[in-house]
Ligand binder design. Structure first.
Ligand SMILES: [Zn+2]
Length: 470
């Protein structure tokens, strides 16, 4: 009996050439049986979690589960049958029905494979074509029983996840007259393309056999939905959860608690949707609603995190006093300061233990701290400030796509944080608003995809108007 290792080698080999097929001859060295239905009815039936339908030369027809199961199990002479659902070496479950071993005494109705008269059966489930390595005793394997009754069988020699479009592709290829070996290769390619699996499918039967009906309408195979927006939102949530863990390590747990709970709930809803197979089970309108709601929760949490950090700065705490005590500090000399030319020291704060981001911090010998944060560091602070005698003028560059930002004054909790304008621009803070004079530090906080950055700039403020602007 062929081992899983040999099946895998054959499946991988067959992926590499268009002329190659993937299949093994049936059990026990019997001569290759001509499929029982040498002239089967040109009809393919699909049963199971990817839908209940039949494809004929007239096109795709929908029927109920019971009608189709009855048709299959009462022995209609079909060309093809695709079964999708939970299964193993002995049986496959489709809806309330099982097809396979009666001895297994499964809940629901069990149908004997002996009654199925399909020329080709596609078992779209786990491990049905594990032959030499099967845990079940010989004689009871579903594939063996189907093969013995004259069917060619395509199944998986390993555990596999279910792609929703596979039964339709199987049906189309079968009616198109592709050889069974080539069809098996195409199913393996499809799994590969979707980034889902190493090749898992194998044919038990004659790889060169084919049928063809030219007069038919093709099935509309739904393209696998590679929804960039869904995957992008799942990635954004993953980053926000990690960043939230980091900020909690810095001691901001209480401030973020409620918002974090909502974020975790949103993630539980969102992450399964990043899987195309699960996503396709949800109608487009419902998916759009989930995306909008989850996106709103993510934005709200970003705003909450920014406000929590801004408050720290406003209350006079450098954010470094939060992360330094929970990290080990390393440093190197970096480039010279783009603002003043003095030497810049680049620190890396590596967290003790896991579950928290590394923080960078850059300090110029002359300007002081230029910035700190998580993700890609800034080369030089992009915010600039000047005092004209009556007001601080703070100019900020445009934010990057998906970024949000706030501008605050260090040690000045009475000054409301200013929103960082998306297109960039100049913000004014009047001298009268400032609770202090002397060296004033302005902080610009920005949070985007995979990056949190606090940038600082200093300006000297005094009560008398400087002579050069008088
Ligand atoms: Zn400098």
């Amino acid at each position: 009996m062929i081992t899983t290792e040999a099946s895998r080698a054959l499946a991988e080999w067959s992926l590499d050439g268009d002329e190659r097929g993937c299949g093994v001859w049936p059990l026990d060295g019997r001569p290759s049986p001509s499929p029982r239905n040498a002239e089967p009815v040109p009809e393919v039936i699909a049963l199971g979690s990817t839908g209940y339908w039949r494809l004929t030369t007239e096109g795709q027809l929908a029927d109920s589960e019971d009608v189709l199961v009855d048709r299959v199990c009462r022995g209609a002479p079909l060309l093809g049958l695709a079964l999708t659902g939970h299964g193993d070496e002995e049986c496959v479950g489709v809806g309330r029905h099982w097809i396979g071993s009666e001895a297994a005494q499964l809940p629901g109705t069990t149908h004997s494979p002996a009654g199925i008269r399909a020329a080709v059966v596609f078992l779209n489930t786990c491990g049905t074509l594990r032959l030499g390595d099967a845990a079940s005793p010989r004689g009871g394997l579903l594939v063996e029983r189907l093969s013995r009754s004259g069917a060619a069988v395509i199944g998986a020699f390993r555990n596999t996840s279910v792609l929703p479009d596979l039964p339709a592709r199987f049906a189309d290829d079968l009616l198109d007259g592709r050889s069974l070996g080539a069809m098996t290769v195409r199913l393996n390619r499809r799994m590969n393309e979707a980034g889902r699996e190493p090749p898992s499918f194998m044919l038990l039967g004659d790889p060169t056999h084919c049928w063809s009906w030219k007069a038919r309408r093709p099935i509309a195979v739904e393209p696998l939905d590679d929804d960039a927006a869904t995957v992008g939102l799942a990635e954004r949530l993953g980053w926000l959860l990690d960043l939230d863990d980091t900020l909690r390590r810095w001691g901001l747990r209480e401030t973020l608690r409620e918002s974090r709970n909502r974020l975790s709930e949103a993630a539980a809803l969102m992450f399964p949707l990043a899987d195309a197979a699960l996503r396709s089970a949800l109608p487009a309108s419902a998916r759009a609603t989930v995306l909008a709601e989850v996106g709103a929760v993510a934005s709200a949490h970003e705003a909450t995190m920014l406000r929590a950090l801004a408050e720290e700065v406003q209350q006079g705490r450098w954010i470094q006093t939060r992360y330094a005590p929970v990290s080990r500090r390393r440093w190197r000399h970096d480039e010279s300061c783009r603002r003043c030319g003095a030497r810049v020291v680049h620190y890396m704060f590596e967290p003790w233990g896991n579950g928290s981001h590394v923080v960078w911090c850059k300090e110029c010998d002359r300007c002081g701290t230029i910035g700190d944060g998580v993700g890609e560091p800034v080369a030089a602070s992009s915010i600039q400030a000047a005092w004209n005698g009556t007001a601080l003028r703070v100019s900020v560059p445009a934010l990057q796509d998906g970024e949000v930002g706030l501008v605050v004054v260090h040690r000045a909790s009475t000054i409301t944080p200013r929103a960082w304008p998306r297109e960039g621009g100049e913000l004014a803070i009047s001298t009268a608003e400032l609770p202090m004079r002397g060296r004033v530090t302005i902080a610009g906080l920005r949070l985007g995809r995979c990056r949190l950055c606090l940038e600082y700039t200093n300006v000297f403020v005094q009560d008398s108007v400087p002579s050069e602007v008088r």
